[in-house]
Design a protein around this ligand. Structure first.
Ligand code: NAP
Length: 283
């Protein structure tokens, strides 16, 4: 039976480490501030934004909250981002996605200064990750690396298969595993013989966005399985992209949903905010 990779516990550890660092910075007269912008009032986005603000409060990071109406124009949003880019006391800028349809997401992401891009979505951040230069890394994949390292999963030399190639999960995940010296295969909706490939994985990372898609027939005996998916089933219960009950019988370690990858995303956002201080000092 697979060992459970406890994202709740590990995320708490990371948040507590961040809290300590923030306290040290405060002693040196340095405070950290995250600006969080939400456009419109999508209920799911409001929950995410509130959780981020709560995490900031727990750690001792100041948060500036901008709740803009749905009809905010792209120009107005860009003007606010530019104002925050210029503000010395703001270390990180986060625009909660998705933005309303009349606003172009790419233009917004590109407008955030790479020095304050704590979500790690700016092309310069992604490029830096690709060529091994310092920069912010997308929070969910960065959290998965922490989960693996802190449960003593050896990554170097292992075959890692990533299902999914999105800009926020699959692609940065593959780059990070490569940086950790894994041999990486990225699969997607056009991949032929998916099962044959996933069955070769020592570490299988599933970010496909389809509830319970991966069952034990996709998994090699003893593989480590990381489930990035989050879905609500018919009974309003959370489940992942992995059929947990089936895969836990064959994997050596597995992340549950909830309590696996999910809590790591906010923890890594907090870590990015803390790391922003040294990154901004370097530049
Ligand atoms: P996404 O943008 O929808 O990407 C899904 C990827 O899966 C795409 O690359 C797609 O391939 C691939 N795919 C779809 N069907 C496939 C198939 N039959 N075989 C192989 N590959 C297939 O999703 P995402 O944003 O990466 O998110 C993935 C999941 O993670 C979602 O459930 C999301 O809710 C969850 N998520 C969780 C967190 C967290 O904090 N835990 C954060 C982000 C996302 P193509 O590129 O060819 O279309």
């Amino acid at each position: 039976m697979a060992e459970l990779i406890d994202g709740k516990m590990i995320s708490t550890l990371i948040k507590d480490e961040c809290k300590e660092k923030v306290a040290e910075y405060k002693k040196q007269g340095i405070s950290i501030c995250l600006a969080v912008i939400q456009v419109g009032n999508d209920p799911a986005s409001s929950v995410y934004v509130n959780n981020k603000k709560k995490a900031c409060a727990y750690i001792g990071i100041d948060s500036l909250s901008y709740e803009l109406p749905e009809e905010t124009t792209q120009e107005e949003l860009l003007a606010l981002i530019e104002e925050l880019n210029q503000k010395k006391e703001v270390n990180g800028i986060l625009v909660q996605l998705p933005v309303p349809k009349h606003i172009d997401e790419k233009t917004i992401i590109n407008a955030i200064s790479p020095k304050k891009d704590v979500d790690g979505f700016h092309p310069q951040s992604v490029g830096s990750l690709c060529i091994g230069q310092p920069g912010f890394v997308s929070c969910t994949p960065a959290g998965i690396i922490e989960l693996l390292k802190r449960t003593n999963v050896d990554i170097s030399g292992k075959h890692c298969v990533v299902i999914g190639r999105s800009n926020i999960v699959g692609k940065p995940m593959a780059l990070l595993m490569l940086r950790e010296n894994a041999t990486v295969t990225v699969t997607h909706s056009k991949t032929k013989n998916l099962k044959e490939i996933t069955k070769q994985a020592d570490i299988l990372i599933v970010a496909i966005g389809k509830p319970k898609f991966v069952n034990s027939s996709y998994v090699k005996d003893g593989a480590v399985v990381i489930d990035v998916g989050i879905h609500r089933n018919e009974d309003n219960k959370l489940c992942g992209d992995v059929d947990f009950e089936s895969v836990k019988t064959i994997a050596s370690a597995i992340t549950p949903v909830p309590g696996g990858v999910g809590p790591m995303t906010i923890a890594m956002l907090m870590k990015n905010c803390v790391d922003s201080v040294s990154l901004q000092q370097e530049n």
